[in-house]
Write a protein that binds this ligand. Structure first.
Ligand code: HEC
Length: 422
């Protein structure tokens, strides 16, 4: 695979472009599955990600077809299982075909973990594999479901596990998943690319700054032309300096600390950079135990409007106090610890609510009603209100907002309950 494809006639299309093309490109230029030579670590990781994405696309596609034919859904679950497990998995059924390749996501991850040393990315891949196996178990249940409702429950569970396994480029921990290791560790360095010292400033571009197994930055030449990255670096800002575009990764601060030198990966003030373009700023993470204040993600007025939506569209199954009746609780310590345990981010819950809820009429509310009801759910889980409304469109930063008990809050007296101030 070519690490950099430069198309001279095309013009430089800006930072958003990197984010947009990154994964499309990664998925489209994978070598064929039946390749005789073993894949490089980089290729194996890309292939695992591509299998997970294919499985997600398969089940989301069946969901959105609104078909009433059970066979459509069973086939989608089986094809997703095949993509995840590969031909050697116990649940593999050749007749269904596969949305992925022969090794499957599990096969690729196993090949990466099959070594004596423990690279920095190993724990992340371990948990990605555990999440993929959990997804397979739910998909296998879906295949045996007699009712569409049972199918939907199993599949949406599988989907939450897959979204965590996929992860996001802005997280270097376990919840970063496959996208996280590609964006922030040596696994993201394309074969044959120039590797430089991640503690120092780049001296040539294209190059990848690596230290201790982490990827601190990617440098791209700033000249004319379209530069396609192998995958998204998860960068929040782009620095243009010395004729190079420098993309610091989410691992940059950690690397800078480890380097214990004066070499700076990020400029200390914006004026040092010739130009700094800010991409969508991911909201602050709210990993529990962290002292940082949780982000303000909605307005009070919105949460009040959301309470009305909840009462008319959701309370039937989730209970007037969100305590859960026919369906799981959606607020309180039980919900929050499940969310924390499963590594659910706001992206996962937002996706689930916008696309799958109300369970008996998915995607039937207006985007304003969905935004309002999410504001209400956040309020009920003791997340603070602010001046900025919860958006009707998805925000990439939501992949970094981990749901869990908000430090110092007391969500209700009983194990469910509603946040007293919500
Ligand atoms: C007809 C019943 C029904 C209605 C109405 C309904 N839900 Fe659900 N909801 C469910 C079921 C069943 C699940 C569990 C499915 C799953 O695990 O994916 C669920 C799961 C959820 C979850 C994830 C919780 C978890 O632990 O899995 C959230 C959040 C949620 N619903 C929010 C809403 C919102 C907001 C509304 C109103 C817009 C709504 N639901 C309306 C039945 C319903």
């Amino acid at each position: 695979m070519l690490p950099w494809n430069v198309h001279p006639p095309a013009r430089f299309t800006g930072p958003a472009f990197f984010m947009a093309v990154a994964f499309l490109l990664a998925a489209s230029i994978l070598p064929p599955a039946a390749c005789a030579a073993p894949l490089s670590d980089h290729q194996a990781t890309l292939s695992a990600l591509s299998d997970v994405q294919a499985a997600i696309a398969e089940i989301v596609g069946a969901d959105q077809s609104y078909s009433t034919d059970k066979k459509v859904y069973y086939r989608a679950s089986q094809r997703a299982i095949n993509a995840l497990e590969g031909t050697r998995g116990p649940e593999y059924v050749a007749a269904a075909g596969s949305a992925g390749d022969a090794a499957g996501a599990i096969g690729h991850i196993d090949s990466l973990l099959d070594r004596k040393e423990t690279p920095v990315w190993a724990p992340v891949l371990d948990s990605a594999e555990a999440n993929i196996r959990a997804a397979i178990a739910h998909l296998a249940d879906a295949r045996h479901a007699h009712e569409l409702m049972d199918y939907d429950i199993a599949v949406s569970r599988a989907l939450t596990y897959l979204l965590v396994a996929r992860g996001g480029p802005a997280d270097i921990g376990a919840f970063g998943g496959l996208e996280g290791v590609l964006a922030n560790t040596v696994l993201g360095v394309p074969d044959g690319a120039t590797i430089a010292d991640g503690c120092a400033e780049p001296t040539a571009a294209p190059s990848y700054g690596v230290h201790g197994g982490y990827l601190a930055w990617v440098a791209v030449p700033a000249g004319e032309g379209t530069h396609q990255l192998a995958e998204s670096a998860g960068e929040q800002s782009v620095i243009i300096r010395n004729g190079m575009i420098l993309l610091p990764t989410a691992a940059a601060p950690l690397v800078a600390k480890e380097c214990n030198s004066h070499a700076q990966v990020r400029p200390s003030s914006p004026s040092q950079a010739t130009a700094t373009a800010t991409l969508s700023q991911p909201a602050k993470t709210t990993a529990s135990g962290a002292d940082s204040a949780p982000p303000a993600l909605y307005t009070k007025a919105q949460a009040e409007a959301g309470a009305q939506v909840f009462a008319s569209k959701c309370a039937l199954c989730h209970g007037a106090n969100l305590q859960g009746t026919a369906a799981p609780s959606v607020a309180g310590t039980d919900f929050l610890s499940t969310a924390q345990h499963n590594g659910w981010t706001l992206e996962v819950i937002r996706y689930l609510v916008f696309n799958d809820m109300p369970f008996n009429a998915p995607a039937s509310l207006s985007s304003t009603e969905y935004a309002d009801v999410l504001a209400f759910l956040l309020a009920s889980n003791c997340y603070p209100a602010g001046d900025k409304p919860f958006p009707t469109a998805d925000d990439p930063g939501f992949a970094n907002v981990k749901l869990g008990p908000v430090p110092g809050s007391h969500p209700g007296k009983n194990q469910f309950g509603v946040c007293p101030d919500g």
